[in-house]
Design a protein around this ligand. Sequence first.
Ligand code: OFO
Length: 176
Amino acid sequence: MNKLIEKEFNQQIKLEMESAYLYMAMGAWAKAENLDGLATWMQAQALEEMGHAMRFHNHLLDRGAQVRLQNLGIEKIKWRSAVEAFQDTVKHEEFITSRIHFLVDLANKHKDSPARNFLEWFVKEQVEEEATANKILADLRRVGDSGHGLLMIDRELGVRPIALPVLGPTEAGAGA
Ligand code: OFO
């Protein structure tokens, strides 16, 4: 595997784990604010992000490349409102999307077809992640971030199941 791609895939493990940390922090904040549904949604999202990190981790292992774990740098623990939390979520997902597109360009530049194929799943996933976060943000803005409307949205968010993430290969590279 090209060394630069290896380095950037390792960086992406860090960024996906920082996504998990960010959503865990938002979940803890939401719980303290009695927004239990939002807390559940964020916990489910955090687990999904750990799955994203593991996909990169497993791809590196399956390519015989070096995994280098790094320190995480998420420090924010409080938000003024659910709207602010989802503004941060949208901003963060836009950043992650830009990273995925950067990795695709890098894989294309170095003619790394396995990396290119691997990243295809993330290209689709980021469309979904941004759309979901934008929809929730729009709903929250519509109800004005308080009162009955917020309670309704919180209930809706709370139905999201908390599931263990799909990790992608390995098991010695089996299962795509
Ligand atoms: Fe990994 O998709 Fe969000 O960050």
